[in-house]
Design a protein around this ligand. Structure first.
Ligand SMILES: [Cu+2]
Length: 96
C-alpha cells in the first residue's frame, strides 16, 4: 500500500469477505473483531492456496476456481498471509 488512506475496495461484496481475483486479494488488508469468520472466495480461473507467514495459523489447502474457504479467528493479533502458488499475492488480517 503506497497511501495510508486507500479507498475501500468496491469488489468486496460482504463483510469479512476477501475476493481472490486477477491473482490478487481484495481487500489486501482486513480488520475483524475477535471471533469473526473470514471468507475467501476464489473468483479466478486458477488455483490458489492461502498460507499464513506464521506456519499453521492459516492453510486453505488448494482452492480450485470457485472454491470458498472460511476460517474463524479467536485470538487478537495480526496475521500475514500469502498465496503458496503465486507468492507475490499477500494479505493481512488484523484481529482486534
Ligand atoms: Cu494465489
Amino acid at each position: 500500500m503506497s497511501t495510508p488512506d486507500a479507498a475501500p475496495d468496491v469488489a468486496a461484496a460482504t463483510a469479512n469477505e476477501i475476493l481472490i481475483e486477477n491473482r490478487d486479494f481484495a481487500p489486501t488488508e482486513l480488520t475483524i473483531p475477535v471471533g469473526a469468520t473470514v471468507r475467501w472466495v476464489n473468483n479466478d480461473d486458477t488455483q490458489h492456496r492461502i498460507l499464513s507467514v506464521d506456519e499453521g495459523v492459516v492453510d486453505s489447502g488448494t482452492l480450485p476456481p470457485g472454491a470458498v474457504f472460511e476460517q474463524r479467528f479467536d485470538t487478537p493479533g495480526v496475521i500475514e498471509y500469502y498465496c503458496d502458488i503465486y507468492n507475490f499475492m499477500k494479505g493481512t488480517i488484523t484481529v482486534e
